[in-house]
Design a protein around this ligand. Structure first.
Ligand SMILES: [Zn+2]
Length: 273
């Protein structure tokens, strides 16, 4: 049986731990990275206090289930207190990473570096939105090369979501640098999630290119679904990816990397799943 880590799953602030675990069981997902709520009312990136509440909510949701659920807090670097807020939430049970969405700030700006410093200090991996937004917000802050700024913080391990679509070649180039320099994928600062990403007409070409350029050990699966939702809703995304992998004739070994191996190293799980 293939182990599956869903490395990109949103919470809304309306779920219970039991609901989440049941949905994961129904979907056949072994472990999941859960992102603190920030896109559903009353939570909002613009409202610092709502983010703090969302992070506390997430901690309560995942605490006690640290074998399966990995809580990723959300802070907004535009809030001057974001570094302190992250340091505070990093101490909460079950919080083991950070999600960041550049909107109104660029990933190379000082305000972002102050947050990266805290993430590096607490050894928190970061999941970044990268590429265009589907809700009409400008994606101009989220080009893959902007994230090269994290190289100023050696040891920080980040994932760029959505393969940076429509800047997939740029994302591949960012990831390729470590390969060219002989860095072990497990130690690379960058990896890329295949959630949503390119519309279907682009998908085969984009995934084929990413497999060839980055390799499966720098790619990871994320459903980008919003909880609470049924297991079937998550499963549909897994099946969609599986069909694509069939068409691309991806090997079993590469599937294992994509569906769990890459994420397990990103999360520094104690034993290889
Ligand atoms: Zn997402």
């Amino acid at each position: 049986m293939l182990t599956i880590i869903d490395a990109h799953l949103h919470t809304s602030g309306r779920e219970t731990s039991d609901d989440v675990l049941r949905s994961l069981d129904d979907a056949g997902v072994d472990m999941a990275v859960l992102l603190a709520p920030f896109l559903t009312e009353p939570y909002s990136l613009a409202d610092r206090e709502s983010l703090r509440q969302g992070n506390r909510y997430l901690s309560e949701l995942v605490a006690g289930h640290c074998d399966r659920l990995f809580g990723f807090a959300v802070v907004n670097p535009l809030h001057p207190e974001a570094p302190e807020d992250l340091a505070e939430v990093a101490e909460l049970p079950g919080i083991c990473g950070l999600k960041m969405v550049p909107t109104g700030w660029y990933p190379y700006e000082d305000c972002a570096h102050r947050v990266y410093e805290v993430a590096a200090r607490f050894d928190l991996p970061i999941l970044f939105h990268s590429g265009i937004f589907i809700d009409g917000r400008s994606g101009r802050f989220c080009r893959p090369t902007f994230y090269e700024a994290v190289r100023d913080h050696p040891g920080l391990r980040v994932t760029l979501a959505h393969l940076g679509w429509p800047w997939c070649d740029e994302a591949n180039a960012v990831g390729l640098i470590d390969r060219i320099n002989g860095v072990d994928p497990a130690e690379s600062q960058f990896r890329f999630d295949i959630s949503f990403g390119p519309p279907p007409i682009y998908r085969e070409h984009v995934f084929r290119t990413a497999f060839d350029v980055l390799g499966s050990s720098l790619m990871q699966f994320g459903s980008d679904r919003f909880l609470p939702c049924s297991g079937a809703h998550i499963r549909a995304m897994i099946d969609e990816v599986s069909e694509l992998l069939d068409r691309l004739e991806v090997s079993r070994e590469d599937r294992n990397e994509l569906m769990s191996g890459t994420a397990s190293r990103w999360l520094r799980l104690p034993s290889r799943v």
